[in-house]
Design a protein around this ligand. Structure first.
Ligand code: HPA
Length: 273
């Protein structure tokens, strides 16, 4: 565990050495939602390969780079290409970037993802504010000896998604006339999509959307006391809802269709953060 802290310190030292101070907000961009990065001004792009201690991406179409710069008035860092458990990474690797952000002194995390709609009132293309999550089935990234330098052994998850930031997000959506649903995100490990029976079970448990990311990162962020806001893009209806198979292409295609709407909302939220 001490090795992780040493590695994190090295990564942080490198990034602090080449960037302009501490970003106010770190933004993790989900599949197909990367175009928000186009709106970042004065971009400084750092490929993951150049960052000491940083993991390497394995999935095609998931570019691996940190983008530092300004979104409106705010100095931010965006993460284009995240690490998923289904790629074979262990959970400690999955949350490594979030821990780097926390150790850099970044206090705010905006996490986004592509997700399947479990709530039958949703349609592909909807945006959903994450109000809570369910993650019974997955390994917790904090498993093992606690890293006391980062946070407590048993972090509270009662308000994992900051209630006041959720209110801001809802107001922003209203102001710019973008529909924003809200709901519970259920994390499944993937990489196979869920079965119809699993989706029925997940719905019974109280979830509105399902996806293969986000939760480990949110747990690590809350461990470090970061404020978290989460937005899902409903890219498809989850298995068994429509009479059609699920494909990764549909996920990416819908992501592309809503990119404009998604970017507008995120810009407005960041402005009002
Ligand atoms: N299930 C899990 N992850 C996903 C889905 C889904 O239906 N859509 C996008 N990511």
């Amino acid at each position: 565990m001490k090795d992780i802290v040493k590695s994190l310190e090295k990564t942080v030292e490198y990034l602090k050495g080449i960037t302009q101070g501490t970003p106010e907000i770190a933004i993790i961009l989900g599949s197909g939602l990367g175009s928000l990065a186009d709106f970042i001004e004065g971009k400084q792009i750092i490929p993951y390969e150049e960052i000491p201690g940083f993991p390497k991406t394995t999935v095609q179409g998931h570019e691996g780079r940190l983008i530092f710069g300004h979104l409106g008035e705010r100095y931010v860092v965006a993460m284009k290409g995240r690490f998923h458990y289904y790629e074979g990474h262990d959970t400690v690797t999955v949350v490594y970037p979030v821990r780097v952000f926390g150790m850099m002194g970044i206090k705010n995390l905006l996490v986004t993802n592509a997700a399947g709609g479990v709530n039958t009132g949703f349609v592909p293309g909807d945006l959903m504010l994450i109000k809570d999550h369910i993650s019974f089935f997955a390994e917790n990234p904090l498993r093992g000896e606690n890293i006391d330098e980062l946070g407590p052994r048993f972090p509270d998850m009662s308000a994992a998604y900051d209630p006041s930031l959720q209110k801001i997000a809802m107001k922003c959506a209203e102001k710019i006339a973008i529909g924003l649903k809200s709901g519970v995100y259920c994390y499944c490990k993937g990489p196979s999509f869920e079965t119809p029976a699993e989706i029925k079970a997940i719905r019974t448990l109280g979830a509105d959307a399902v996806g293969m990311s986000t939760v480990p990162e949110v747990i690590a962020a809350r461990h470090m006391g970061m404020r978290v806001l989460g937005i899902s893009c409903i890219t498809n209806m989850a298995a068994g809802i429509l009479d059609q198979p699920l494909t990764h292409e549909e996920v990416i295609e819908t992501g592309k269709k809503v990119e404009q709407k998604f970017s507008s909302l995120v810009k407005e939220i960041v402005r009002n953060w």
